[in-house]
Design a protein around this ligand. Structure first.
Ligand code: FE
Ligand code: FE
Ligand code: ZN
Length: 285
């Protein structure tokens, strides 16, 4: 398998522009927001642009693309209005993603805002069930729950909460297209020792969630110490996780074939340099 590495890109110029930008910085995958990260209406999709992108991606070996839901969505909110907005937005995103088949769609499970994790898990799961039942068939997109740092009342703060959401959805929809995106900064901030015991963290993920569910890695360093529950990303090798540990992540036999997406505080030149650095640290098979 080729090393699948890329970063978050602006979607302002459309799909083809993202594909070309990715290629220009040495990336073969990329992530983008489906709409303004703070929410709101999505731009109408330019079908010609999508068509041109799909041809370009096939020719240049780009993909899978990872669409990130606005981070302000809260499927576990206490107010009906908040939850309804999350549901309508996700349903619309999934419909639009059918134009780029086989995409990944990542979302932050939500924050229970004092209702308790159990209630949050129920609200998130029920929302996913309604979206999937209302979709009319099985989406070609795989929906990814992102592992969170446990900041505030975030749900998905440990592998058990992620598993609970999957279990709940699967009791209603056994073949639900659900996976997980593991964010190295978030799990570190959440308390998992990806520096000292990566094998142990991978084994625990496998035991609780199952590695077959793991579809993507957000590769980030962290500004904070383990278990800080802060969620502040650092550039690769410039944080508390460090370059050696991140090199072990991209080379880990159970992780190395996954696509890696950088979400570090970088401009394009910074991403280009990080991608080159990581490629130089990639072991041969
Ligand atoms: Fe995220
Ligand atoms: Fe992330
Ligand atoms: Zn984050």
């Amino acid at each position: 398998m080729p090393f699948k590495i890329g970063c978050h890109l602006s979607s302002a110029g459309g799909y083809l522009a993202m594909g070309q930008t990715a290629a220009s910085i040495g990336a073969n995958v990329f992530q983008f927001f489906t709409r303004n990260p703070r929410g709101g209406a999505a731009k109408p999709i330019d079908k010609q642009d999508v068509k041109a992108f799909l041809a370009y991606a096939a020719e240049n070996g780009i993909g899978p693309i990872l669409a990130h839901a606005p981070y302000t969505l809260n499927a576990a909110g206490a107010e009906d209005r908040v939850r309804e907005f999350a549901e309508a937005t996700m349903a619309d995103d999934l419909k639009r993603l059918e134009l780029t088949p086989g995409a990944l769609y990542n979302f932050h499970p939500g924050s229970h805002v004092g209702q308790g994790a159990e209630k949050g898990i129920e609200l998130i799961s029920d929302m996913l069930v309604r979206i999937l039942e209302g979709f009319g068939g099985v989406p070609s997109t795989t929906i990814l729950l992102e592992t969170m740092s446990g900041k505030g009342s975030e749900v998905g703060r440990d592998f058990g909460e992620v598993r609970a959401i999957i279990d709940h959805v699967e009791t209603h929809i056994p073949d639900a297209p659900l996976g997980v995106c593991l964010d190295t900064c978030h799990v570190w901030d959440g308390g998992y020792d990806v520096v000292g015991d990566l094998d142990g963290v991978v084994a625990e993920f496998d035991r609780i969630v199952g590695l077959a569910r793991l579809k993507a890695i957000h590769l980030n360093d962290s500004m904070n110490a383990r278990s800080a529950h802060k969620d502040r990303h650092a550039c690769i090798g410039k944080g508390k996780i460090g370059l050696d540990a991140l090199a072990r992540v991209i080379n880990h036999p159970k992780l190395r074939d996954l696509p890696f997406y950088l979400e570090t505080p970088c401009d394009l030149d910074g991403y280009r340099a990080e991608i080159a650095l990581l490629k130089s640290l990639r072991n041969f098979e």
